[in-house]
Design a protein around this ligand. Structure first.
Ligand code: ZN
Length: 141
């Protein structure tokens, strides 16, 4: 199914990959930035209600959880090291704290990661966005 998105003036389109990613990471429509990208926690809206972009064309698959896990590991490693070196907490207490923090980070990073992946796919014209690449529409090729 083609995107059939409404035409936008160039000022509403992101002017680079970074801008598109930032819109997606914040949960905004990567194309217009005017409204929410997600209908539910990890379920994108079918179409942007402002610009009409079809967001069912993405295929983020497992990439957002990989990003979330990678970031959580890199954030938690120094926290774990610092807790081990500078606190006298027993091991089981540290384990509970680390597990709780890791869970919060993992879940908290999932939606921004998925928004970024969807924005990346749209910008580069990947998967269902082939032929409707955001960078082509924005004139940044
Ligand atoms: Zn939009």
């Amino acid at each position: 199914m083609p995107t059939e998105a409404l035409p936008l003036d160039r000022t509403s389109l992101p002017q680079g990959l970074g801008a598109a990613l930032w819109r997606g990471v914040r949960g905004k429509c990567p194309r217009c930035g005017g409204t929410h990208l997600f209908a539910r926690f990890l379920k994108p809206v079918e179409r942007c209600r402002l610009c009409g972009q079809n967001w069912t064309l993405h295929a983020a698959d497992d990439f957002p959880p990989y990003i979330s896990i990678l970031l959580t590991g890199h954030i938690m490693a120094p926290v774990i090291i610092e807790m081990g070196l500078h606190t006298g907490l027993p091991g089981w207490t540290m384990m509970l704290i680390v597990a709780a923090l890791a869970l919060v980070l993992l879940v908290g990073l999932l939606q921004p990661a998925k928004g970024g992946v969807i924005a990346l796919q749209w910008w580069l014209g990947m998967h269902g966005f082939a032929g409707y690449a955001g960078k082509v529409e924005a004139g940044v090729v």
